[in-house]
Design a protein around this ligand. Structure first.
Ligand code: G3H
Ligand code: 13P
Ligand code: ZN
Length: 312
């Protein structure tokens, strides 16, 4: 089986009241940890690659790693997606280079410019059988080289979404309802609360249309505590509560993006390993438990947050 687009997985996810996990990949151990969990739980999967990941690991290495994972997972539906494409050219490179889905993120640009560039990507992508995610509204946090402060972030305006989707022809839409990128999503002491009223309004205006949630790591405190215990320094790292993600998945949200939780699982494991095994210097000694930590974290997401276990 070849890599698939997200069309079929989103349709089933919408109808089934669950979401597909979209996990960021940067190296072999991350790809393996994620796909081993999804393969065992028969959960459809999106593996996504950022511009920074492409710069770090190289386009061809990442595509080949994902193709290898596909071959090892016994026909699991896997989509290979560009995360936060920031130009037509980057999207085109990925479309021409084996990706089955791309995101064009013009969310920081004015509405008409966002539409213009998104439409151009959609026309090129659809011609090649590739699907397109777009974004309306601005998340706070760090994406690739762009840092958006909480003051400059803005919720999606539901009154804009029909016109945006009509004029661009995009296949899915990322919206801003209070999530943010990175490990520091909410101020310590405040109650994290997503704007489900906005999601509901978007859902009403775009019936059966797949919605995407970026910045959706839950920043498990067990990882933060372990990192801090074993020499790290991440005070006040807070994510989106899992019950709110589960609720979003039962609504129109069909794709939930997770990167920070992968980083935390891996870093916590490696820090612990080095403190307990200071003489180790073979990378396999610390990457093996790190890969297992990723696998366990992803398995938990699939069964308890996304709800997509045995969905294929
Ligand atoms: O949204 C951003 C993702 O976490 C990717 O992060 O650009 O550092 O690879 P990155
Ligand atoms: P997190 O930083 O919450 O993992 O978000 C990842 C993301 O949105 C990738 O596009
Ligand atoms: Zn994102």
């Amino acid at each position: 089986m070849a890599l698939v687009t997200t069309t079929e997985m989103f349709k089933k996810a919408y109808e089934g009241g669950y979401a597909i996990g979209a996990f960021n990949v940067n190296n072999m151990e991350i790809v393996q940890g994620i796909t081993e969990a999804a393969g065992e739980l028969r959960a459809p999967l999106i593996l996504q690659v950022s511009k920074g990941a492409r710069a770090y690991a190289n386009h061809t290495y990442l595509v080949k790693l994902v193709e290898a994972a596909l071959a090892e997972t016994n026909d699991l539906p896997i989509a290979l997606h560009l995360d936060h494409g920031d130009s037509f050219e980057l999207c085109k490179d990925c479309i021409d280079g084996g990706f089955t889905s791309v995101m064009i993120d013009m969310s920081s640009k004015p509405f008409d410019e966002n539409i213009e560039v998104t439409k151009k990507v959609v026309e090129y992508a659809h011609d090649k059988g590739v699907v397109v995610e777009a974004e309306l509204g601005t998340l706070a946090g760090i994406e690739d080289e762009v840092q958006v402060s909480a003051e400059d972030s803005s919720y999606t305006r539901p009154e804009d979404v029909e016109e945006f989707v009509d004029r661009t022809g995009c296949d899915s839409l990322a919206i801003a309802i209070g999530t943010s990128h990175g490990a520091y999503k909410f101020k310590p002491g405040t109650k994290p609360q997503l704007r489900f009223d906005i999601l509901e309004e978007v859902e009403k205006r775009l019936p059966n249309f797949p919605i995407v949630l970026h910045g959706a790591s839950s920043v498990p405190q067990e990882f933060v505590e372990k990192i801090n215990k074993y020499g790290g320094n991440m005070p006040g790292a807070i994510g989106v509560p899992e019950d709110q993600l589960r609720k979003a998945a039962s609504m129109a949200v069909c794709k939930i993006n997770i990167d920070s939780d992968l980083r935390l699982a891996m870093t916590a494991s490696i820090r612990e390993h080095f403190v307990n095994n200071p003489a180790d210097f073979d990378p396999r000694q610390y990457l093996k438990p790190a890969r297992a930590a990723i696998k366990a974290m992803v398995a938990h997401k699939i069964t308890d947050v996304l709800g997509c276990e045995n969905a294929c």
